[in-house]
Design a protein around this ligand. Structure first.
Ligand SMILES: C[S@@+](CC[C@H](N)C(=O)[O-])C[C@H]1O[C@@H](n2cnc3c(N)ncnc32)[C@H](O)[C@@H]1O
Length: 277
């Protein structure tokens, strides 16, 4: 009886989470299967911080929960349909599955194997990404979409197209969170502290011209030929806040509610919070 009550109390605490809820207690429930194709896990492993691969996801769930509550009035546990846009091999989805055992979670990525891994391991629904966002099959609307570390790697033109698509994918009252590299990250790029984002660092002359481009136009991008794109559409990209604001203004039902500096959040990239009216 004592054990039953403890379990029951834990469950009811989870079902009615309080503001500032931590999700760290879910660590033992996470499916820790790692795909050999996962490019992120080895980065943690190299630094002997494998546990942070899982813990970082749980800490980010707490941020999601807090921002959902603050801006859409909903808790994570109340979301009926969630998309991890650019989910890779499920660093965050495995945490979400531990938090929401019967939640409707969509795994979206251009890497079909990544999507299939998340479907098999974490019981997600598949959503296959495409550079041509109109090709994506969208059959219903969702109340929470998050996109961590994709716009960090793409051109401004992709950002514009993604916003258009996300607007149709979100249901009214739904929340969109995306990370990107804003003006404060230009110095990080110059200093080489972002070199882990790209296959090879850019040479000094190109770097100078890209920085000048950013200062003039509010965005810049350096592409690489990668498995994600043969046409250099994937690389490292920067967007300033004015541009984020002006792009969002073009979408009548999307409202930028907050931008949280990557130096103050748990994503190490700037985070935009957008509400669909
Ligand atoms: C840096 S990883 C994302 C990591 C993941 N969101 C996380 O926080 O653990 C970038 C992911 O974007 C995916 N990707 C690249 N281009 C894409 C596109 N056009 N549409 C959707 N996903 C894309 C890649 O396959 C890769 O899994």
């Amino acid at each position: 009886m004592k054990n039953f009550l403890t379990k029951f109390q834990r469950l009811s605490k989870y079902l009615s989470p309080t503001a500032g809820e931590s999700f760290l207690h879910l660590e033992p429930l996470i499916n820790k299967t790692i795909s050999p194709k996962d490019a992120l896990y080895p980065v943690y492993k190299k630094d002997n911080t494998e546990r942070n691969y899982f813990v970082s996801g749980l800490r980010q769930l707490a941020s999601f929960d807090h921002l959902l509550h603050q801006y859409s009035g909903k808790r994570l546990a109340e979301c009926r349909s969630i998309i991890d846009f650019a989910c890779h091999y499920g660093r965050i989805l495995r945490c979400l599955r531990a938090a929401l055992p019967s939640g409707k979670l969509y795994a979206c990525d251009i890497d079909r194997e990544a999507v299939e891994f998340c479907v098999k391991e974490f019981g997600c629904l598949p959503l296959y990404g495409s550079w041509n966002l109109e090709d994506m099959i969208i059959d219903n609307q969702h109340d929470f979409i998050f996109c961590i570390s994709l716009l960090t790697h793409t051109r401004k033109e992709y950002f514009s197209k993604a916003l258009k698509r996300w607007e149709t994918m979100l249901q009214p009252g739904g929340l969109l969170l995306f990370t990107y590299l804003g003006e404060d990250y230009i110095d990080e790029w110059i200093s080489g502290r972002l070199d882990h984002y790209v296959p090879s660092p850019v040479d000094k002359v190109t770097l100078q011209s890209k920085v000048a481009e950013f200062q003039k136009f509010g965005h810049t991008f350096q592409g690489y030929t990668t498995g994600y794109s043969k046409t250099d559409d994937y690389g490292i990209g920067f967007l300033n806040k004015d541009l984020i604001e002006s792009e969002l203004k073009a979408h009548a039902t999307l409202k930028l509610r907050d931008v949280i500096s990557g130096f103050e959040n748990k994503f190490s990239q700037d985070l935009a919070v957008v509400l669909k009216l």
